[in-house]
Design a protein around this ligand. Structure first.
Ligand SMILES: [Zn+2]
Ligand SMILES: [Zn+2]
Length: 294
């Protein structure tokens, strides 16, 4: 393991501890995800992907037309690293005894018995081919959602690395102006305010981060201040929920200027589920399905 990975793992641990201290109700879920995210960082350090490579012409056509640069099926995945991580995630779930444990044990055993065709599995996920994916789950006699969780999380390091390699085609401070990810076309999972007050949105699939205007609903592209507002709690000034009256959707926002500890966005995302509950109680819907987020 490289020093950088050790450092990141240490920071995730510190962040997880800080969150557990201030919000003890999250201890179990944060413990679980700390293990998943640390395993992903370690896997990323050993993964190799074919970096994004596009001609200048293609980049300029796509960015001018506001098309995402890639479709998911074009993402490069390090299948060997992903397979090892797949096994590791199964073990983490098995040990956690959470709602996915029974399914995870079946999936782990299927993998040990070489019953999983990873090319087929990853292709089904990346082609968004729900029918094939459900068929694979049925063939393995296991729960589809648990299989999707393990599969997605096992390729997340590759997806993030590929998106990172594609980010060279963008000026990170340029406002993209669309509600979907400029790399892969998916909706954002979380919003942030950064050092100079600039707002960024982070993709729910490849975790690419792009600059956005502050008054903007990424789900219907509404910019009308009268129908955009936010909910917040006095106790947690670092978070708010941006809501849109036009499409009735919301996105959580982290003000990184207020938080002094290390911020690891995937942890912020899962350790703020009380905000999702608050938004739901007020009649708003998450912009991305919650089951894909956790
Ligand atoms: Zn993306
Ligand atoms: Zn909207």
């Amino acid at each position: 393991m490289t020093d950088i990975t050790n450092e990141t793992a240490g920071r995730i641990k510190k962040t997880a501890n800080a969150i557990k201290k201030s919000r003890p109700a999250y201890s179990t879920i944060v413990d679980f995800y700390e293990k998943i995210f640390t395993a992903q960082e370690k896997s990323a350090a050993k993964s190799e992907i074919k970096p994004a490579q596009l001609s200048d012409d293609i980049v300029s056509i796509k960015t001018n037309e506001k098309f995402p640069l890639y479709s998911l099926s074009e993402f490069s995945v390090d299948i060997n690293s992903a397979r090892k991580l797949f096994k590791k995630i199964c073990k983490i779930i098995n040990k956690s005894g959470n709602h996915m444990s029974t399914a995870s044990q079946i999936i782990f055993a299927a993998n040990e018995n070489k019953k999983i065709d990873f090319n087929e599995l990853y292709a089904a996920l990346l082609h968004d081919d729900d029918e094939s994916f459900s068929n694979i789950a049925a063939k393995l006699n296991t729960d589809r959602d648990a299989l999707a969780f393990i599969t997605y999380n096992s390729i997340k390091p590759s997806l993030s690395m590929f998106a990172e390699s594609a980010s060279k085609y963008f000026d990170k401070d340029n406002i993209w102006g669309k509600g979907y990810c400029p790399v892969c076309g998916n909706a954002p999972v979380i919003s942030t305010f950064e050092s100079d007050g600039q707002r960024f949105l982070t993709c729910s699939f490849c975790w690419h981060k792009w600059a956005a205007t502050r008054l903007f609903c990424p789900f219907c592209e509404n910019k009308d201040s009268k129908s955009l507002h936010y909910l917040f709690s006095e106790d947690e000034k670092e978070y708010r929920i941006d809501v849109c009256d036009r499409c009735n959707k919301y996105i959580k926002n982290v003000d990184t200027r207020i938080i002094t500890r290390f911020i690891y966005l995937p942890l912020e995302q899962i350790a703020t589920l009380h905000l999702d509950i608050m938004a739901k109680e007020k009649g708003f819907e998450s912009g991305v399905p919650l089951e894909l987020q956790v």
